[in-house]
Design a protein around this ligand. Structure first.
Ligand SMILES: Nc1ncnc2c1ncn2[C@@H]1O[C@H](COP(=O)(O)OP(=O)(O)OP(=O)(O)O)[C@@H](O)[C@H]1O
Length: 709
């Protein structure tokens, strides 16, 4: 541990002082939790009507609604405080220079941690939240641009520390001012940072607040209205950046972002389980984390599409086809409208009505709004007639006319009420409807691929496929804007979303912003994006900047070099990753008898268990059953992350589920089988090759795929 200390003091003295400060912080934290608990109890007393008699307390929760809000607030505060995971109270310290260049911070010292610690809410903080504006200097200050920082101190803590003083194991000072600054190490040369990056991985993903790198910090702290797209090579911290940006936005813009709601989208439950603890560890508990499919209205999936139909239903053209199918219901009026009013009868000529419908159609409001607009304009025409005859009629008259049977019947004929089920069932169940809506967009063969072989008796009895749920969501969105809408959405593995999935996301973030994370080289779905501009347009944020990340924190250089060999064959323009990690090993296990491969894999796993950290066996889905048998025969019971089993030492994973996950030691079984698993096989192999943190073993009986050699 380096220890650039104040002249005249030793590293030991410094550690003693810092340990003293830890005790101060912990005591303050304990008092804050106690005080919050007490306020909850008092709050509960007020709520239950047990007034203390002190007039000062009257009105604290004067009416029922505010009392309830107060109670809720206090409860959540206490819960959050008491459930805050124990851990080091701080990880860094900034000492600012005494001179003008430090502005309002001159001569100040700040400790930086996962959350703010103070003696009481209005006291100056003992520890600043990492998201506070001053903390930015901790991540961004360099010897060239110190921004008034004299020394950046990093603290080393025992692994898994609960944050007691004894767990502080070291500290590292980086002088940034003056002559010393010119030779200062950058963050990556820090032993504490390197140790954090190289530490063995077990269990779910952890936060990276102590070691966020400057280029990552720029993304984390981009503004709430800004949508950004991160094109990041494997292990460059895309997921970490997205989650930390979410935490940053919630802290910095609570009104805008927290009230609007924050959503994190990931590809599958194994991945969501893996990342689920990061935001809570940063104190953010109310964030929804799910898959795009979970956003769609729940319906039983009772049908399966052929490959071609699935691809068509996920494609962008479908949005136009559906819009045509919906608006095919809007008809030009074909006769004048007569509306009885007592003994009188108002008449509206056909051409006026026609204009109302045409103009409303041209305004392109949501379908349901369009119907109400036609109603309102029809009533306005009636009112004009009535006014001429007998002076202005009242609001009650207008309501009566609007709801009259004649006007409703007219609306039903020109702009009928409709459900998404009716529109989609009518389209997929009728060759004529498909031909009309698909004209010039879908070839006759494509129309046939979409057509249901049996037409359901009614839309209610239709059997929907998984892809149909997207079509239903699209039509529902055309009829009315979704009620569910988010202030910010983080979309991970965004390269894998289909245009129609992107649109489902865009509909739910119309007034918000997006953090789009992905890697075109890791696209494994049939509809994976080939470039970002088109994908961002489907997501409703064509203006988003695409920012590359290329410094890899996971995969060691020797392994990334092998993976990079595949890039040429993947047909995407992405900058290759460069690894920060010179350590790590890559080993080939060549097996001559294919029947022996699974046993050889089990043996390699047995050996790997001798070292620290997690182990994963990854293979094509068809091979995993055989591998499980071989592992069990060797006395190893692997966990399945898709079943939420993240804590097992050994994981058995089909290649399809490897995305976004990482393990210290990966045994990859028969890469040729993964490479051949469909048109995106090589992309899948690229994903699998980039999951190892320290060691990759490639076991194969067949030759390696050509692109890997
Ligand atoms: N600044 C950092 N300090 C320490 N660890 C980091 C840092 N940035 C990323 N990491 C670690 O590197 C690993 C990879 O990060 P992450 O999973 O976010 O990358 P990714 O770009 O999403 O990868 P992939 O595309 O392969 O899924 C994680 O263990 C993460 O904690």
């Amino acid at each position: 541990m380096t220890g650039d200390t104040t002249p005249g003091t030793t590293l030991g003295d410094e550690l003693t002082d810092e340990r003293g400060y830890i005790d101060v912080c912990r005591a303050a934290l304990d008092r804050t939790v106690d005080a919050a608990r007490e306020r909850v109890l008092e709050g509960a007393g007020v709520l239950a009507g047990q007034h203390s008699g002190d007039p000062a307390e009257e009105g604290v929760a004067g009416d029922g609604a505010s009392a309830e809000a107060l109670g809720r607030h206090l409860r959540s505060q206490a819960k959050e405080l008491s459930e805050a995971p124990e851990g080091p109270p701080f990880f860094g310290r900034l000492d600012f220079v005494p001179g003008e260049e430090a502005g309002e911070h001159r001569g100040q010292r700040y400790y930086i941690g996962r959350r703010r610690i103070a003696e009481h809410p209005s006291a100056p903080p003992l520890v600043l939240d990492w998201r506070a504006p001053v903390s930015r200097a901790f991540y961004q200050a360099t010897a060239r641009q110190p921004g008034g920082v004299a020394v950046r101190r990093r603290f080393g803590w025992a692994p898994g520390s609960a944050g007691t003083a004894a767990d502080l194991t070291g500290l590292e000072d980086e002088p940034l001012d003056g002559a010393a600054g010119a030779t200062a190490q950058d963050g990556l040369a820090s032993r504490i940072v390197a140790g954090e990056i190289e530490r063995p991985r077990v269990g779910p993903m952890r936060d990276i607040v102590a070691t966020i790198q400057p280029e990552q910090d720029d993304l984390v702290r981009s503004g709430p209205a800004e949508s950004v797209c991160v094109q990041g090579a494997p292990g460059t911290g895309k997921t970490a950046v997205g989650l930390h940006r979410a935490a940053y936005l919630l802290y910095t813009y609570p009104r805008k972002v927290e009230r609007g709601g924050l959503l994190v989208l990931g590809p599958n439950s194994a991945f969501l389980g893996y990342i689920s603890e990061v935001l809570p560890s940063l104190g953010e508990v109310g964030v929804r984390q799910c898959r795009v499919d979970d956003l769609l209205a729940e319906r039983e999936v009772r049908a399966e599409d052929g490959q071609e139909a699935v691809a068509l239903k996920h494609g962008a053209r479908m949005a136009i086809v559906l819009q045509r199918a919906l608006y095919a219901r809007v008809r030009a009026p074909e006769e004048p409208l007569a509306v009885p009013d007592g003994s009188y009868r108002w008449r509206l000529p056909e051409d006026e009505l026609r204009r109302v419908v045409e103009e409303t159609r041209a305004q392109a409001p949501p379908y349901e709004v369009g119907r109400e607009r036609v109603r309102a304009r029809t009533v306005a025409l009636l009112r004009a007639l009535a006014e001429r005859r007998a002076g202005p009629p009242g609001a009650a008259w207008e309501r009566r006319m609007g709801r009259s049977r004649a006007v409703t019947r007219f609306l039903d004929s020109v702009w009928p009420r409709v459900t998404p089920e009716e529109v989609v069932a009518e389209l997929l169940g009728s060759r004529e409807a498909l031909a009309a809506a698909g004209q010039g967009l879908l070839s006759p063969d494509e129309q046939s691929a979409l057509l249901w072989s049996v037409r359901p008796r009614s839309p209610r009895s239709a059997k929907w496929s998984a892809a149909d749920l997207l079509l239903l969501d699209e039509v529902a969105g055309l009829i009315r804007h979704p009620e569910e809408s988010y202030g910010h959405v983080v979309v991970d593995e965004a390269q894998d979303l289909s245009p129609m999935q992107c649109r489902a996301v865009a509909r739910r973030s119309r007034f918000g912003s997006l953090t789009v994370l992905g890697d075109l080289a890791q696209g494994t779905t049939p509809w994976a994006a080939g470039d970002w501009p088109a994908q961002l347009a489907h997501l409703g944020v064509p203006e988003a900047d695409v920012v590359p990340l290329t410094t890899g924190f996971r995969v060691p250089a020797a392994i990334i070099e092998t993976a990079n060999r595949l890039l040429g064959a993947l047909n995407v323009a992405v900058p290759p990753a460069r690894s920060l990690r010179p350590d790590g090993t890559l080993r080939h296990i060549r097996v001559s008898d294919p029947a022996e491969l699974n046993r050889a894999v089990a043996e390699a796993v047995g050996t790997a268990l001798g070292s620290e950290g997690s182990v994963a066996v990854i293979a094509d889905g068809a091979r995993t059953a055989g591998l499980r048998t071989a592992l069990e025969a060797a006395g190893i019971t692997p966990g399945a992350p898709e079943a939420g089993e993240l804590a097992e030492r050994v994981t058995l994973l089909p290649a399809d589920l490897a995305k976004g996950l990482e393990y210290d030691h990966v045994v990859l079984a028969e890469p040729a089988e993964i490479a051949e698993s469909g048109p995106r096989g090589l992309h899948r192999l690229y994903v699998v090759l980039t999951r190892a943190v320290s060691r990759l073993e490639i076991a194969h009986a067949r030759d390696l795929p050509h692109a890997m050699r």
